[in-house]
Design a protein around this ligand. Structure first.
Ligand SMILES: Cc1cc2nc3c(=O)[nH]c(=O)nc-3n(C[C@H](O)[C@H](O)[C@H](O)COP(=O)(O)OP(=O)(O)OC[C@H]3O[C@@H](n4cnc5c(N)ncnc54)[C@H](O)[C@@H]3O)c2cc1C
Length: 382
């Protein structure tokens, strides 16, 4: 087992870290305060070629491995969760899925604009009545001639309110259960497709989340992604990668929170000495640092296995569950180091505390990860 990053991976991580320190962190408070899409960061990420980091150069990508994408996500999350969330939904949920499941014509039609940031991507699975039980979705697609007619709605869609290209899951054969679901590429401007306003959220407020509505929405048959009634394969092709991306996300936030708390503890004087001299503060900081490192190792391990083509259902859920719990706990404990100041909105730790909770739900809640873990372990035993 090799625990060292390659020279290329280190270079990429350091390049993104510099961008985060110089541009992303200074903008993060404003983006949260104004609840606005981090447009400048989105443009900069496109210019840096990061939307196609894991995709082949043939389609405008950088051809790096999956762990490299995870390293980018970690750094973005360290500085601004709204930016990281937007990046993840655009690249892993949308562009990567289009690459994996699209035919040549679809890849050529959609990937260049997504990778250059000309268009914004999203993935729409969740519905008001179908959250954790996602496959009970009710959105319906009926074939009429050379088009599908989509009816239904989606909710909680990251980038939804501003998306140009959305991968939408709908039932094409409702009697067939999960085997009757298909995936579609829905484009902004299709008749019968409307986007709701961004939902008001507790955190991750610069990442627009919203409802999508389909009323006799006309989708040409060439926008079917994968085969008809094989949407489950499209979904499953990327779910573990998605989980790994959202594993490193809370670790990135926790690292950002730790860095702030560690600095503050050395600067804040009480009882005549920096509070970092108090053993109870040292206890908090040592625990956070250890948990972050444990989560990071788990996420990198799952990412490396996924990148080598292995099935990582169990490993991805181990990482997703552990890292989500570490993230929320670590940011809460880092906040304690700030005392009352941690509760004041001028201090970034307050935003991180709200934000880290918001990235816990995507790709399955903690309870759902536990169900998957036990299900996989039971399968191994039988
Ligand atoms: C900020 C944000 C961004 C999101 N982005 C997207 C996106 O881009 N695209 C998309 O499709 N979706 C997105 N989602 C939706 C997300 O995937 C769902 O919120 C998630 O799957 C949970 O569904 P739910 O909220 O309906 O909760 P529910 O499924 O109603 O769950 C409620 C509670 O019950 C628990 N529970 C449910 N079933 C079980 C069970 N079998 N055993 C034990 N406990 C259970 C859950 O863990 C949870 O605690 C986003 C959500 C948020 C908050």
């Amino acid at each position: 087992m090799d625990f060292e990053l390659t020279a290329e991976q280190r270079m990429l991580r350091d390049q993104v870290a510099r961008f985060v320190d110089q541009e992303v962190i200074p903008r993060a408070p404003m983006i949260d305060e104004e609840e606005r899409f981090p447009e400048e960061n989105f443009r900069a990420l496109a210019e840096m070629g990061l939307f196609g980091i894991t995709l082949p150069p043939d389609y405008g990508g950088a051809g790096a491995d999956f762990l490299s994408g995870v390293l980018v996500m970690e750094q973005l999350m360290r500085g601004c969760v709204s930016t990281g969330n937007t990046f993840g939904a655009h690249t892993v949920l949308c562009a990567e899925s289009l690459f994996r499941n699209g035919n040549e014509e679809q890849r050529r039609r959609f990937l260049p604009d997504l990778l250059s940031g000309k268009k914004i991507g999203a993935l729409a699975l969740t519905e008001p009545g179908a959250g954790s039980d996602a496959l009970s979705l009710r959105c319906r697609a009926e074939k009429k001639g050379d088009r599908y007619r989509l009816n239904g709605s989606k909710t909680f869609i990251t980038n939804g309110p501003i998306a140009d290209v959305v991968i939408v899951y709908a039932k094409t054969n409702p009697e067939a259960g999960p085997q009757g679901i298909s995936a579609f590429i829905v484009e902004d401007g299709f008749s019968g497709f409307t986007k709701g306003r961004p939902m008001k959220k507790m955190g991750v407020r610069g990442s627009p989340t919203g409802e999508l509505f389909f009323e006799d929405c006309e989708v040409p048959e060439e926008n079917l992604l994968g085969a008809e009634n094989r949407g489950i394969e499209v979904l499953m092709s990327g779910l573990d990668r998605e989980r790994i991306f959202w594993s490193i996300a809370p670790i990135g936030v926790a690292q950002g929170a730790f860095d702030l708390a560690f600095r503050y503890a050395r600067e804040r004087i009480q009882f005549g000495q920096p509070i970092v001299q108090f053993q109870m503060i040292q206890d908090i900081l040592a625990d956070i640092a250890t948990e972050i490192q444990a989560g990071r190792v788990l996420a990198y391990w799952a990412a490396t296995l996924a990148g080598s083509g292995k099935k990582v259902r169990l490993e991805a859920s181990y990482a997703k569950l552990f890292c989500a719990e570490v993230g929320v706990r670590a940011v809460g404990r880092a906040m304690q180091v700030f005392g009352g100041y941690g509760f004041i909105r001028e201090y970034p730790i307050e935003r991180m505390y709200r934000d880290v909770k918001g990235i816990e739900f995507g790709a399955g809640t903690n309870q759902i990860q536990k169900l998957i873990i036990l299900g996989e372990l039971l399968k191994k035993k039988s």
